[in-house]
Structure formats: C-alpha cells, structure tokens
Design a binder for this molecule. Structure first.
Ligand code: NAP
Length: 267
C-alpha cells in the first residue's frame, strides 16, 4: 500500500536490517519520509533504494555508530532542531546471550550503552520539540526479556526492563502534552540479532520464533489502537492488564515511615 499523505519524517535507528528495516518500509507506506540511522552505509543504501522505488518517499541516510559520543551528539542535534521530524523509533539495540561470568565486562557495557544510554539521550533530544509542538510519537523497542529476565543475559534483560519502565514513565509525563509513546516487547524474532548475540536463531524452537514483518505489523497495529505497551505474541490482553493491576496494587504500600512488621527489629 502506498499513501501520498505526508506525515512528517520518522527517524529510525538500526534501520539497516531486521526490525528497523521493516519499520522503514511500513512507515514509508504510511506516508512518512524517513531518516535511517545505522553503521552500515551499504545496507542503509539498499533499504533506502527499495523504499524510494516502492513508495516515492524521501529517504535520508545517516551513517553513525551511536555508541561513539560525537556521532550520537550529531543525531541529538538533528532531532532537537529539525522541525520536520514527527516520529522517533528507538530500535537500534544489541543482545547478549552468554552468562555474566562468561561475558567480558566491555561486552556487557556495550549492550547497556546502546540499549539504554543511546535510547535515553535520543529521547531527551526530541521530547522537548514534540512537547513544544504538542505532537509527535516515540516508539521504543524493548523485549519480552523485560518481563522474563531469566531467559537471556541479565544485562540485556535489564536494559530492556529499563526501556519498558522508561517508556511507562515517559507516558505519564508526556501523554497530556500530545506526545504518543509506545514500548514494543517482541519475543524471539528471526533477525541477525541472534547471530550477533552469539546464539544463531536456528537453535531456538521454531514455534517461538516470529518473522519480522508480522512483528512490525502487529506493533504498528498496537500503536494504532493507542497501546502504551504492545506485546505482539500475547494472546490475551487481559493477562497484561492483570499484571499491571497487580503492580498498581503494590503502589500504596511501597513507601511507609516504618518497615513492615516482619522486618522490625525486636527490642
Ligand atoms: P538486527 O537485525 O541485528 O538489527 C540491529 C540494528 O541496530 C541494525 O540495523 C544495526 O545496524 C543497528 N546497530 C547496531 N549497533 C549499532 C550502533 N552502535 N550504532 C547504530 N546502529 C547500530 O536485530 P533486530 O532483531 O532487528 O533488533 C532490533 C531491536 O529489536 C533491538 O533493539 C533488539 O534488542 C530488539 N529485539 C529483537 C529481538 C529478536 O529476537 N530479534 C527480540 C526482542 C527485541 P548496523 O550493524 O548497520 O549498525
């Protein structure tokens, strides 16, 4: 489907492959011009050429390693100053599958830098502009490991739990100001992510692995339905509602003047 409505420009990080490349295709079809960001210029060029040919939309490429501070700052400045940008998809991310004790500290830090620090800084760069305009959307790609951190490396699951919590907090701060935010929690998706994380996807049970196109289509359907949190595989939305209700029920008892009775020191 090609639409000729211009919805402004969507910035997609990690758009050279996998989830980001499919977001690029789908958002172009929805009428967005695009700014695609990743390290691999050749792959970005291929994604861009296919979209331009298929949709006629304008696609710009920014080759950047977002873990390099100067390259991250340049994108932050673009986000803060380019008034044509109406959406940010914080998708660039990397994984880790080895146990903590088998991982190098630098590997763990690299995951946290890209999945947490980069996502936070880019969001901080665009949010004031969206608030000023009373309009804009921020899509943050989390993971089901945010809810099931025992599945993979704890730095990865922890980084994605951060993305979920950050997005929930952003929603509270920004929704009344016209800014839409969404956290997407994919399960296992058939992309290069798994090879790069050291566990080729062919080693996973095929019944838990989703193709990338249905994942992105489901995530965008969730966005259209106004969801703050989209879990594409989850059959029953009531299960997530119950989880959130249980969390909310803890609220009134999370901060008191005295410890709970079971922790009081006998005097
Ligand atoms: P992917 O195909 O490996 O995509 C990762 C993207 O991030 C690539 O475009 C990569 O491009 C880019 N990237 C990596 N490091 C970068 C850096 N330092 N600077 C800029 N761009 C960088 O994997 P994917 O599955 O599509 O992953 C996309 C998102 O989905 C990630 O946040 C991941 O955590 C999340 N996710 C994936 C799964 C899954 O099972 N695949 C499940 C849940 C969540 P370059 O190499 O060209 O830089």
């Amino acid at each position: 489907m090609t639409t000729h409505t211009n919805k402004g420009r969507a910035v997609i990080t990690g758009a050279s492959s996998g989830v980001g490349a499919v977001y690029a295709n789908r958002l172009a079809n929805r009428g967005y011009d695009l700014i695609l960001v990743a390290r691999n210029r050749e792959k970005l060029g291929q994604v861009s050429a296919a979209i331009t040919e298929g949709t006629g939309r304008k696609v710009d490429i920014i080759q950047a390693d977002l873990t390099v501070p100067s390259e991250l700052r340049a994108l932050e400045e673009k986000l803060a100053s380019d008034e044509s940008i109406s959406m940010l998809v914080n998708n660039a991310g990397s994984g880790a599958t080895k146990s903590l004790v088998d991982s190098a500290a630098d590997e763990l830090e690299a995951v946290i830098t890209l999945n947490v620090t980069v996502l936070t800084r880019l969001t901080r760069a665009i949010a004031p502009a969206f608030v000023k305009r009373g309009n804009g959307a921020i899509i943050n790609i989390s993971s089901i490991t945010a809810l099931a951190p025992e599945l993979l490396n704890g730095s990865y699951g922890g980084s994605k739990a951060y993305v979920l919590a950050f997005t929930q907090s952003l929603h509270k701060e920004l929704s009344a100001k016209g800014v839409t935010v969404q956290a997407v929690l994919p399960g296992a998706i058939r992309t290069a992510f798994w090879d790069n994380a050291g566990l080729p996807v062919k080693h996973l049970p095929s019944e838990i692995v989703m193709d990338v196109e249905p994942l992105v289509d489901a995530a965008l359907a969730g966005l259209d339905q106004g969801e703050l949190v989209t879990i594409p595989s989850l059959p029953e939305p009531a299960d997530w509602r119950r989880f959130e209700e249980a969390r909310a029920a803890l609220g009134p008892n999370l901060s008191h003047v005295k410890p709970a009775a079971r922790y009081r020191v006998a005097t």
